[in-house]
Design a protein around this ligand. Structure first.
Ligand SMILES: Nc1nc2c(ncn2[C@@H]2O[C@H](COP(=O)(O)OP(=O)(O)OP(=O)(O)O)[C@@H](O)[C@H]2O)c(=O)[nH]1
Ligand SMILES: [Mg+2]
Length: 460
């Protein structure tokens, strides 16, 4: 069965113009109330380095900090209803400081659109984005070359061709899946050129950004299996008079009104069942209001808001924020996700873990990001390795080299919810990150009983 909801991440390096593109598109489509645009414009005049930042302001979710820094901090979602299809565009942060949130934004996406700055070209940040897409096996379905107004000469076809070539080369080099004919779209998010139509650029025969969205015919098979809803602990909201709502993605199965949810890894960490009843389900509104719509059930890939039953004493929002886990998986008893600290996994290294070392060795520490969660981890044991196209070799030798695959055991500093490979792939995948960025990826194959570990790792 195929769903009619599809989630597309707009991703790329910081300052490429992702938020501006989305905000300006919403203005051109008449979806932004005049008062909201006036407010954003005067705020941009008062505090932004660039007065054109008002479009980005429209799609920020964290308001205060995002206004001040002029950067997306948390992913923002905007819903577009096109016929009977629901396209949720996810604006992802590009700045290195917010890589955890970028990974969470990309985790929610079925497909990705890569934005490149026509003036600066492929910023180093692009390589982290591509590595995360590769970890999650998320195909790129379009490349946007933005800031065409700012290149020299403005609207230059030659610059566009050069930047498109560089982008395709990087996509190929990263070993990324992409659709056969990815459209490459020239835009100026600031002036609005190419968002809906073209006035200045006469040489482009392909679609504008909006036409590209309208022409999309992609859909993903619905993930079967037990119900899983994943959400970030920051995505919990108080709705006046109603109660607390979590906004998350249905990863598999069906979510029903009245279902009893169990939250992990919280329950395992607290050694008690942390549960709530689903009082109602709505399609998530996103940053710019789309009409709220009640659902009798949530199906895979839908981004939904779930009204939880009231909790005596401490509310959900405060409880989730107080716990170490940064993301939560909700499921229904008895089929709940595997939770633990020690797991066996298949790991692929993209590059050396540090400037000094080309090898990921036993004992090496790194950060793991899986769905919205992030935890410190250590490579405990390498069971076997293999070079591309060759047979497995037992043992790890000195360590895992770039482009090698390995089967290895990893220990995390606290419990994490990770599915075992093959059950719900999106919840078994993780990225491996060191101080130099994303260096590899993997998927959990078996959660194991913990063994005593003398050097307990510190939580970040
Ligand atoms: N000249 C020009 N400037 C642009 C264009 N698009 C965005 N900008 C400017 O570039 C800066 C960054 O834009 P954002 O939309 O915040 O960039 P972003 O990709 O969302 O950045 P992060 O949130 O940090 O990932 C702002 O000052 C925008 O006004 C464009 O097409 N032309
Ligand atoms: Mg942004």
């Amino acid at each position: 069965m195929f769903g009619d909801s599809v989630n597309i991440a707009v991703c790329g390096h910081t300052d490429a113009g992702k938020s501006t593109l989305l905000g300006h598109l919403l203005v051109l489509l008449g979806r932004v109330p005049e008062s909201a645009l006036e407010r954003a414009t005067s705020l941009a005049k008062a505090i932004a380095r660039d007065k054109g930042q008002m479009y980005a302001f429209l799609v920020y979710t964290q308001k205060g900090d995002e206004y001040v820094r002029g950067k997306t901090i948390l992913p923002a979602r905007v819903r577009f209803e096109m016929g009977n299809r629901m396209i949720t565009i996810i604006d992802t942060p590009g700045m290195k400081d917010y890589i955890k949130n970028m990974i969470w934004g990309l985790h929610q996406a079925d497909y990705a659109v890569l934005l490149v700055d026509a003036v600066k070209g492929l910023h180093p940040g692009t390589s982290d984005v591509l590595s995360v897409l590769r970890s999650f096996q998320t195909p790129i379905i379009a490349v946007v070359i933005n800031k065409m107004d700012d290149c020299s000469p403005a609207w230059s076809e030659q610059t566009f061709r050069k930047m498109s070539e560089l982008a395709f080369l990087a996509i190929e080099e990263a070993g990324l899946e992409h659709t056969a004919e990815i459209p490459c779209i020239p835009t100026s998010a600031k002036t609005g050129e190419g968002l809906i139509s073209y006035q200045k650029i006469k040489w482009h025969s392909g679609p504008s950004f909006y036409e590209f969205m309208q022409g999309l015919s992609i859909s993903k098979p619905l993930q079967s299996g037990p119900m899983r809803l994943s959400f970030n602990r920051n995505d919990v909201f108080e709705v006046k008079g109603l109660g607390q709502v979590v906004v998350g993605v249905v990863e598999s199965g069906e979510l029903h009104v009245g279902s009893k949810l169990l939250f992990e890894p919280l329950s395992s960490m607290r050694k008690e069942d942390v549960v709530s009843k689903v009082r109602s389900i709505q399609l998530a509104k996103g940053v710019i209001d789309s009409a709220g719509r009640n659902l009798a059930e949530g199906v895979p890939r839908q981004v939904v808001g779930v009204l939880l039953s009231r909790r005596r004493g401490e509310g959900w929002k405060s409880l989730f924020r107080r716990e170490a886990a940064k993301a939560i998986i909700a499921s229904e008893l008895p089929d709940t996700p595997t939770v633990g600290r020690l797991f066996r996994s298949y790991v692929t290294l993209i590059k050396g873990p540090s400037e000094r070392s080309n090898l990921l060795s036993e004992g090496h520490a790194f950060m793991i990001n899986a769905h919205g969660d992030q935890v410190q981890a250590r490579l405990v044991r390498i069971l076997r390795t293999r070079k591309e196209g060759q047979n497995w070799v037992s043992g790890g030798g000195p360590g895992i080299s770039p482009s090698d695959q390995a089967e290895a055991e990893i220990l995390t500093s606290r419990k994490i919810a990770l599915e075992e490979n093959g059950k719900i792939p999106s919840l078994s995948r993780f990225t491996i990150r060191t101080e130099i960025g994303v260096v590899g990826y993997g998927s959990c194959s078996k959660m194991m009983e913990e063994t005593p570990w003398d050097s307990l790792l510190e939580e970040d």
